[in-house]
Design a protein around this ligand. Structure first.
Ligand code: M7G
Length: 182
C-alpha cells in the first residue's frame, strides 16, 4: 500500500541555456503523490550539491509553474534560506530534504498557502526558497516561517527573512528587503 500525500507535486529542473528564455529553461521532470514515489524520485536524481552552478530544482504543487508569473505565485513571496559557500558540502542537501519533507508532509496549519520550494545552486552562495501564495496573509506567512525555523533547528539568533516576489522583481542592486522576519 502506498502512502498518499495531501497534494500531487511536480519536480522541475532549470539549466541556463542562453539560446532559450528563462521560462523555456524550466524542464518538468516528474510528478508524485505518494511517499514511496517521492523517495524513488529523490533517490534517482542528483543531490542538489552535485548540480552545476546556475541550475535550480523546483518542487511545486502540480499545476503551479515554478515562476513569479503563475497565478498562484504572483501575489506571493518566499522564505529565503541563504547558505554560504561552505555549506554546500555538508548542509545544503540535508536542508533541502528537510524542507521538502515539511512541505510535502503539509505539516503546517496554513499548508494551503505553500506553493513550492526552490533551490538555486549559485557560485555566490546557494539559496533555498519556500514560496507562499499570498504575501499579505501575514498570519499564514509567519506561521510557516516560524515552523520552518523550528523544524530545521535554525538558531533563534539567526534571522530568516521573507521577500515579496514583486520586490524581488523590482529590486535594484543585489538585495531586496524582507517584509517579514522570524
Ligand atoms: P534567480 O535565478 O532567482 O536568482 O534569478 P539569482 O539572481 O541568484 O541567479 C535570476 C534571474 O532569473 C532573474 O533576474 C530573472 O531574470 C530570472 N528569473 C528568476 N525567476 C525566479 C523568475 C521567474 O519566476 N520568472 C521569470 N520570468 N524570470 C525569472
Amino acid at each position: 500500500i502506498k502512502h498518499p500525500l495531501q497534494s500531487c507535486w511536480t519536480l522541475w529542473y532549470y539549466e541556463n541555456d542562453r539560446s532559450l528564455s528563462w521560462e523555456q529553461n524550466q524542464k518538468e521532470i516528474a510528478s508524485f503523490q505518494n511517499v514511496e514515489d517521492f523517495w524513488s524520485l529523490y533517490n534517482h536524481i542528483k543531490p542538489a550539491s552535485e548540480l552545476r552552478q546556475g541550475t535550480d530544482y523546483s518542487l511545486f504543487k502540480k499545476g503551479i509553474m515554478p515562476m513569479w508569473e503563475d497565478d498562484s505565485n504572483k501575489r506571493g513571496g518566499r522564505w529565503l534560506f541563504s547558505l554560504d559557500k561552505k555549506q554546500r558540502n555538508n548542509e545544503l542537501d540535508r536542508y533541502f530534504l528537510d524542507i521538502i519533507l515539511c512541505v510535502i508532509g503539509e505539516d503546517f496549519d496554513n499548508a494551503d498557502e505553500i506553493c513550492g520550494v526552490v533551490v538555486n545552486i549559485r557560485q555566490k552562495g546557494d539559496k533555498i526558497g519556500v514560496w507562499t501564495a499570498d504575501a499579505q496573509n501575514s498570519v499564514a506567512v509567519l506561521e510557516i516561517g516560524r515552523k520552518l525555523k523550528e523544524r530545521l533547528h535554525i538558531q533563534s539568533r539567526t534571522v530568516l527573512g521573507y521577500q515579496v516576489h514583486k520586490d524581488t522583481i523590482e529590486k535594484t542592486g543585489s538585495v531586496s528587503k524582507f517584509s517579514y522576519t522570524v
